[in-house]
Design a protein around this ligand. Structure first.
Ligand code: G4P
Length: 291
């Protein structure tokens, strides 16, 4: 098995500097920032500089893909963010679950600002929110869901040169898409792996066996019930070295090469595919305890 190769980061610093500049300029145009994360990996699906970039701007966290995450763990994440004074919502852009809470939660977050504007004689001030998130976290899906199709608009405004696109929601509420590309913390191997588990890192040359073994390392701790049931795994098997456990999984699926040896490579690809399709159950790979 080879080392996992994550994104080539040669060009990363230059792009990041450009994105930072775009975000800093765009922040002046918005009242709040909505940060979308993958509910299964809220730590790894974050941009490492985002908090510093956002500064004191009010912020709301959207835990997307909650249809694939463990509901209890998602609830723990919501409590975690709330304890930091940050509202957080579980959303699922596949079904639209939770999306209706976005506007009311953001208005509540900005209630002081709205009140101040109303006192100044603006009865219905327009709320402007920037959507940020690393690639693949579901930004486009979210925008497509919450923006009424015929009301989506592309508009150039001062301060936003490239990438920043404005969308109008109902009742004086506007969204600005992430200007530029916000990358995750690729230089961290664990982050790279977790993004690869979820399929967020797609076009890389990855060693499927190594990746599956790492995923099994996590499963052995999490013990996802549907995964255990699907492969009829015993307690003893769950104590095995992860590579041997992959062999057991291969055998259970009849994936064999010559002389009855398990085809661990095929099993690895199958396991990763099934995890990405949520066939192994609703599994969260990160909890607030890791922080
Ligand atoms: P981005 O703009 O942040 O890069 O992300 P995008 O909306 O393109 O979403 C990335 C992938 O995640 C898409 O799948 C999208 O369908 C999927 N996705 C987004 N939100 C959710 C969610 O809440 N639940 C689930 N299960 N999936 C979600 P894809 O395979 O790239 O494309 P496709 O399957 O939609 O064709």
């Amino acid at each position: 098995m080879n080392e996992i190769k994550t994104q080539n980061i040669q060009w990363f610093p230059g792009h990041m500097t450009k994105t930072k500049r775009l975000i800093e300029a765009s922040l002046k145009l918005v009242d709040a920032v909505a940060e979308i994360k993958d509910a299964r990996i809220p730590i790894s699906s974050s941009n490492p500089d985002i908090e510093e970039l956002i500064g004191k701007k009010p912020r709301i966290v959207l835990l997307n893909k909650c249809d694939m995450a463990d509901n209890q763990v998602t609830a723990q994440w919501i409590s975690y963010y709330n304890s930091k004074g940050i509202p957080a919502l579980a959303i699922d852009c596949k079904s639209g679950k939770g999306q209706n809470n976005f506007v009311p939660a953001t208005r509540k977050l900005l209630s002081n600002l709205i009140e101040a504007k109303q006192k100044k004689g603006i009865p219905n001030p327009t709320i402007r929110v920037m959507i940020v998130g690393i690639p693949n976290v579901g930004k486009s899906s979210f925008i497509n869901r919450v923006v009424k199709k015929n009301r989506a608009k592309v508009e150039d405004r001062p301060g936003v040169t490239r990438g920043g696109q404005w969308f109008t929601l109902d009742r004086g509420f506007e969204l600005l898409d992430t200007p530029g590309v916000l990358w995750p913390k690729f230089e961290d191997q664990t982050v790279g792996e977790r993004l690869a588990f979820t399929g967020a890192v797609k076009d890389q040359i990855l060693d499927a066996e190594l990746l599956a073994v790492r995923l099994l390392d996590l499963f052995k701790e999490i013990k996802p019930p549907i995964f255990i049931e699907r492969f009829k795994l015993t307690d003893d098997e769950l104590e095995m070295e992860s590579y041997d456990l992959l062999g057991v999984i291969a055998k259970r699926r009849g994936m064999l090469i010559s002389r009855g040896e398990p085809d661990t490579e095929r099993a690895a690809i199958m396991l990763l595919d099934e995890f990405r399709a949520a066939k192994l159950g609703k599994i969260s790979l990160e909890t607030p305890k890791e922080l």
